[in-house]
Design a binder for this molecule. Structure first.
Ligand SMILES: *[C@@H]1O[C@H](CO)[C@@H](O)[C@H](O)[C@H]1NC(C)=O
Ligand SMILES: *[C@@H]1O[C@H](CO)[C@@H](O)[C@H](O)[C@H]1NC(C)=O
Ligand SMILES: *[C@@H]1O[C@H](CO)[C@@H](O)[C@H](O)[C@H]1NC(C)=O
Ligand SMILES: *[C@@H]1O[C@H](CO)[C@@H](O)[C@H](O)[C@H]1NC(C)=O
Ligand SMILES: *[C@@H]1O[C@H](CO)[C@@H](O)[C@H](O)[C@H]1NC(C)=O
Length: 621
C-alpha cells in the first residue's frame, strides 16, 4: 500500500507538467463539446431500442401496412425541430440547364443536386440516413401530424432533401461492374396528397443516385391531390431541375393508384419503366442492376430489394445481408419468406426468382409491359394489382426476379387516405378480378375461406381474359407447381385431406395461421372448417402438409415426448407418415404414433387401444 502511494507521488513529481496539461486539455475538449451540443442539438443521445431484428416473424399483410424491422444501422439523435415545415423546400436556386447539358454532367446550379453528398456530414439532422426525433416540446404536434399524414412531415422538413443514405447492399455488390450501355428508364411516381418534402426527397434521391445517361425522365402523376402545399410544385420543378427531366401530370380527379400508374405509362417514352411510390429513397447504385436484369431478358420484372424508412423518424433501416422474397397464402395474405437453396445462384448477388412482387420498386421493359397487358385498369384504387401481375408474368412466359444489389428505402405506413367503400371491399374486389381470370378452379380454396368473394360483382373481365388467350398463358396449376410449390394444394396428389380430428378430444390439428419457416408447434383447437388454419393433406409422398408446412416430430428441451412441429416442407426436411386402417398416423422414421401430450400434438409408442391416437380426416369443402 505504502509502496503504491510512494510510486504515485514519484510519478506525480516527475510528470507534473504533462499531467496538468492533459487535464486542462480534456477539460477544454469537454467544454467545446458541450458548447457544440448546446448550439446544434439537445445533448441527450437516444438510441432506438425498439428496433431489434425480428426477421421473418412479421406478417407482411400489405406493404403499406407492415411494420417491418431491421437491425439498428444508424443511431438516432434528438433534435429540436428548428425549421417550420413550410419552409424547407422553398429555395429558389434557378436551375436552368437543358436535359442535354445535364446528361453531359454540367452543373445544374441547384446545390441540392450539385453538392450531393454533403448531407452525410455528422451534424446534419437526418444526414446519412439517421433518424430525427422531435423535441419534447413538439411531441403533441407530432402526434397530431402522425394521425393526419401517417408520416412525420415535421421531421421530413428538417432532413436534407438530398441526404446520403448508408450503403445497404449485401457483401459483393460493391465490386460488380455493370455495362455502361443499358436501356434508359422512365420512372413513374404517382402521388396523392404526398407531403412535398417527402415527394421531393424521393425525386432528389433518384436524380442524385442514378447515372445521368440512364435517367430518361421522371414522371410525377398527381392523382387529384387537394393538398394546398402541392400547388406550387410546377414552379419548384421548373426552377430546380433541368428542363424536361421531370414531367408533372395533374389528374383533375382522383383515379386511384392503378389508373394513375397507367396514365404515367401513357406519357412515358423511356425504354424501361420503373414504378415508385412517392415516399422512397434509392440506395447506392440502385439502377444499373435492375436495368441489366431487364436487358438480359426483356420478359422480366426486375424487383429491387426494399429497405425501410421509419415513418416517424425517417431513420433509414435495413437488415444486413438479409434478402427476402414474398409469398402469399390462400387467405390472400402476403408475407416475407426465405429463398430456397435451389433459387440462389452461384453468387449470392445473383438475381433470384420470386413468386410475387410488391407494388412499387420494380423495372419492366415498356414494350413488354404493354405486351402482357399493363395493369387491369378496372381494378379499383389500390391493392391486389401486384399479385395479379406476378401471376400473369409467370403464366404468360415471363419471369419475376429479385435483384439483391438494387436497394430502395420505402416508408412503411398506413394509407392515410380513404378507400371508397372501405379498404377490404376494394382489395377483395381487385383480388377477385385476378382470381377469376387466372386461378381457375383453385379459387375454391380462397372462396372456402371468404365465401363473400365468390358472389362479388366484379364487372366485365373479357379484356383480361382476351390477354390470357392471346398470349396462350399457362394454367394456374403450372404456377403452383413450379413457382410457388410451397403453397399446399390440399386435394391434389394426396391420399387423404381435410381437418384432422382427434377422436378422444374432438379437437382438430391447427396451424395457428403460421406462415414462416422457423419451426413452430402444431396446435389442437376446436374444429373450425377453416381450410387455411386446419386443412391438412397426407400426400402420396407421405408428407402431412398444411398451408406451407409439414408436420414433423422434433425433440424439445424439457419434454419427454417428441413434440410435433410445423416445419417448412421444402426448405427443411419434412417427415413422412403412414395412415393405417385403425386411423393411427405413424411417423415412418421413428415408428411412433401421433398422440396428444400436455402441450399439444406429440408422437408416442403406438398403441392400437389408445383412442388419443385415433385421427380422422374430415371433409372441409
Ligand atoms: C432513351 O431511349 C429512347 C428510345 O430508345 C430514346 O429515344 C431516348 O433518346 C433515350 N434517352 C436518352 C436520354 O438517351
Ligand atoms: C426469358 O425468360 C423466360 C422465362 O424464364 C424464358 O422462357 C425465355 O426463354 C427467356 N428469354 C431469353 C431470350 O432468354
Ligand atoms: C379443376 O379443373 C381441372 C381442369 O380444368 C379438372 O381436371 C379438375 O378436376 C378440377 N378440379 C376440381 C376440384 O374441380
Ligand atoms: C372497365 O374499363 C373500361 C376501359 O378502361 C371501361 O370502358 C369500362 O367502363 C370499365 N368497366 C367497369 C366496370 O369499370
Ligand atoms: C408408408 O407410407 C409410404 C408412403 O406413403 C409407403 O410407401 C409405405 O409403403 C407405407 N408403409 C406402410 C408400412 O404402410
Amino acid at each position: 500500500m505504502e509502496r503504491a502511494t510512494a510510486m504515485l507521488l514519484c510519478i506525480w513529481r516527475k510528470w507534473k507538467p504533462v499531467i496538468v496539461l492533459l487535464i486542462v486539455n480534456f477539460a477544454c475538449m469537454y467544454l467545446v463539446h458541450i458548447a457544440l451540443s448546446v448550439k446544434f442539438y439537445k445533448p441527450k443521445l437516444k438510441r432506438d431500442e425498439s428496433v431489434k431484428r425480428q426477421g421473418m416473424h412479421d406478417t407482411l399483410k400489405e406493404l403499406q401496412r407492415e411494420q417491418p424491422t431491421g437491425t439498428i444501422t444508424r443511431r438516432e439523435r434528438r433534435y429540436p425541430v428548428f425549421q417550420d415545415y413550410n419552409g424547407a423546400y422553398e429555395e429558389n436556386t434557378n436551375c436552368k440547364i437543358t436535359l442535354e447539358q445535364f446528361r453531359q454532367g454540367h452543373k445544374t446550379g441547384n446545390p441540392l443536386i450539385d453538392n450531393y453528398g454533403s448531407s452525410g456530414h455528422a451534424l446534419t439532422p437526418g444526414g446519412f440516413g439517421r433518424g430525427v426525433i422531435a423535441s419534447q416540446a413538439e411531441q403533441s404536434r407530432v402526434e397530431k401530424i402522425m394521425k393526419e399524414f401517417q408520416v412525420n412531415i415535421l421531421v421530413s422538413d428538417v432532413i436534407p432533401l438530398n441526404r446520403v443514405v448508408p450503403d445497404s447492399r449485401i457483401n459483393g455488390c460493391a465490386y460488380l461492374r455493370y455495362p455502361d450501355v443499358l436501356p434508359n428508364v422512365s420512372i413513374i411516381i404517382p402521388f396523392y396528397n404526398e407531403w412535398p418534402s417527402v415527394l421531393l426527397r424521393t425525386v432528389y434521391s433518384v436524380v442524385n443516385r442514378s447515372p445521368r445517361q440512364l435517367l430518361h425522365q421522371i414522371i410525377l402523376i398527381d392523382d387529384g391531390s387537394s393538398l394546398e402545399n402541392l400547388k406550387s410544385l410546377e414552379d419548384y420543378i421548373d426552377s430546380n431541375f433541368p428542363k424536361d427531366l421531370i414531367k408533372l401530370v395533374r389528374l383533375p380527379q382522383r383515379t386511384g393508384l392503378i389508373a394513375a400508374r397507367m396514365k404515367g405509362v401513357g406519357v412515358a417514352t423511356g425504354e424501361v419503366l420503373i414504378f415508385f411510390d412517392s415516399h422512397m429513397e434509392v440506395n447506392v447504385d440502385w439502377l444499373p442492376p435492375l436495368l441489366f436484369e431487364v436487358s438480359k431478358n426483356r420478359s422480366t420484372i426486375a424487383m429491387a430489394t426494399l429497405d425501410y424508412i421509419v415513418a416517424d423518424t425517417f431513420v433509414y433501416k435495413y437488415n444486413e445481408n438479409y434478402l427476402t422474397r414474398y409469398g402469399w397464402s390462400w387467405n390472400m395474405i402476403f408475407f416475407e419468406t426465405f429463398f430456397r437453396d435451389d433459387q440462389i445462384g452461384a453468387e449470392t448477388t445473383d438475381p433470384r426468382p420470386g413468386p410475387s412482387m410488391v407494388g412499387a420498386a420494380f423495372a419492366i421493359d415498356r414494350q413488354y409491359f404493354n405486351h402482357i397487358g399493363g395493369y387491369d385498369e378496372n381494378m379499383s384504387v389500390w391493392g391486389g394489382e401486384n399479385l395479379e401481375m406476378s401471376w400473369r408474368v409467370w403464366l404468360c412466359g415471363g419471369r419475376l426476379m429479385h435483384v439483391p444489389c438494387s436497394r430502395i428505402g420505402h416508408i412503411a405506413r398506413t394509407q392515410p387516405y380513404s378507400f371508397p367503400g372501405g379498404r377490404k371491399q376494394v382489395t377483395n374486389f381487385n383480388y377477385e378480378r385476378a382470381i377469376r381470370v387466372w386461378m381457375g378452379n383453385y379459387s375454391r380454396f380462397v372462396h372456402s375461406i371468404d365465401p363473400e368473394m365468390e358472389t362479388l360483382d366484379v364487372g366485365d373481365l373479357s379484356h383480361r381474359e382476351a390477354i390470357k388467350s392471346k398470349l396462350q398463358c399457362k394454367d394456374f396449376n403450372w404456377y403452383l407447381n413450379n413457382i410457388w410449390p410451397e403453397l399446399n394444394i390440399y386435394d391434389e396428389n394426396v391420399q387423404y385431406w381435410g381437418m384432422v380430428m382427434n377422436k378422444a378430444l374432438g379437437l382438430c390439428l391447427d396451424n395457428d395461421n403460421y406462415l414462416f419457416q422457423k419451426e413452430s408447434p402444431a396446435l389442437l383447437k376446436r374444429c373450425s372448417n377453416r381450410i387455411d388454419l386446419q386443412g391438412f393433406s397426407l400426400t402420396h409422398a407421405g408428407h402431412l402438409r398444411t398451408t406451407l408446412q409439414c408436420l414433423t416430430p422434433l425433440a424439445s428441451e424439457n419434454e419427454e415426448d417428441l413434440q410435433v412441429m410445423l416445419r417448412d416442407c421444402l426448405i427443411d426436411k419434412a417427415a413422412t407418415w403412414n395412415y393405417s386402417e385403425d386411423e393411427h398416423l405413424m411417423h415412418t422414421e421413428s415408428g411412433l404414433c401421433l398422440d396428444i401430450g400436455n402441450k399439444g400434438p406429440v408422437v408416442r409408442t403406438c398403441d392400437s387401444q389408445s383412442i388419443t391416437q385415433i385421427w380422422t380426416f374430415i371433409k372441409i369443402i
